[in-house]
Design a protein around this ligand. Structure first.
Ligand SMILES: [Zn+2]
Length: 74
């Protein structure tokens, strides 16, 4: 499986590509799906459980985590 390591204090942060090619960012064991890419190139990820009212989101820029808001409700 292809993967990319982000620069992060957490060694549990990584991007993996699932079988269908969708990128998934895994932080602290929780999978995040790519939501959108801003015009500036920042990528917004949201928890795969967002449709269960989970508000956890992450922003990345290049290989850097720039915002983490990990308020999982599960
Ligand atoms: Zn969550």
């Amino acid at each position: 499986m292809d993967s990319m390591q982000l620069q992060s204090k957490s060694n549990t942060t990584r991007i993996v590509f699932e079988g269908d090619g969708r990128p998934t960012l895994v932080v602290g064991g929780h999978p995040f799906g790519r939501h959108y890419v801003s015009s500036g190139g920042r990528v917004r990820w949201r928890c795969r459980r967002y449709n269960h009212q989970c508000k956890a989101v992450i922003m990345t820029f290049g290989q850097n985590l720039i915002t983490t808001k990990l308020g999982h409700n599960h």
